[in-house]
Write a protein that binds this ligand. Structure first.
Ligand code: C5P
Length: 231
């Protein structure tokens, strides 16, 4: 895979103007962008269409979860936008509905197994009788059986999930930090090279690029590290 197809830059900015300025700075270095709640609810969905018209790829990180009919209709609309990836919470009904609704389009569905802000006590408080690793493994197996296209996971989870998922599924990994950068609020981080070695297919990188003094240089350095990691 071309390193540029592996690197997904998180446009975690408050406005379309700020996103457009960042995309202009990153220029040809970056071809794949993630839009999450912050930008999506501030004009980011029409900006996604602008990016797609400019031949960029878009990952809409909207983490859908609702009754199947509502999820399906939402996924159909996202497919029409021309997005490449969309996240849904990895509940069986939700995953079934999303996978059915994306048929005939280029949209790929990514399951979010257990949010990385959750620990075992958070799961117990939410009514689950599973540890985090147990629930992640269970949901990954369900995602595989339902035909979900990939999973979002930490680089640490990637190696454990590889044996569970099917060959065609992709692992998309945030929490990436080049060796010399700030961790911010991320607790478990890996360098780009280590994440690729652990089995990540796509790396989601936000602040190490968008908050860098020279975002394009930061992106180019990460691309070089991905290229050197091989695979
Ligand atoms: O700035 P940073 O590189 O930490 O950004 C990582 C991106 O990945 C953010 O958009 C964040 O919401 C997202 N993400 C994450 N951890 C997860 C899932 C998504 O950091 N488990």
């Amino acid at each position: 895979m071309d390193p540029k197809d592996r690197l997904i830059v998180a446009l975690d900015v408050p406005s379309v103007a700020a996103a457009a300025a960042m995309v202009e700075k990153l220029d040809a270095s970056v071809t794949f962008y993630k839009i999450g709640y912050q930008l999506a609810f501030a004009g980011g969905l029409s900006f996604a269409e602008t990016l797609i018209r400019a031949n960029k790829k878009v990952f809409l990180d909207l983490k859908l979860h609702d009754i199947g009919n509502t999820v399906g209709k939402g996924v159909e609309s996202v497919a029409k936008l021309g997005a490449t990836f969309l996240t849904v919470h990895a509940y069986p009904q939700t995953m079934h509905a999303a996978v059915d609704a994306r048929k005939g389009s280029n949209l790929r569905i990514l399951g979010v197994t257990v949010l990385t802000s959750y620990d075992d006590a958070d799961l117990a408080a939410a009514g689950y009788d599973f540890t985090v690793p147990e629930l992640v493994a269970e949901r990954a197996a369900q995602a595989r059986d339902i035909g979900v296209d990939g999973l979002v996971c930490s680089a640490e989870e990637a190696a454990n999930l590889k044996p569970i998922i099917s060959n065609g599924m992709v692992l998309v990994t945030p929490g990436i930090r080049p060796a010399d950068s700030e961790k911010g609020d991320q607790k478990r981080v890996m360098t780009p090279a280590a994440a690729i070695a652990a089995g990540a297919d796509h790396l989601v990188v936000g602040r190490p690029i968008v908050a860098a003094p020279d975002p394009k240089a930061a992106a180019d350095a990460i691309l070089a590290e991905i290229a050197a990691a091989g695979r």
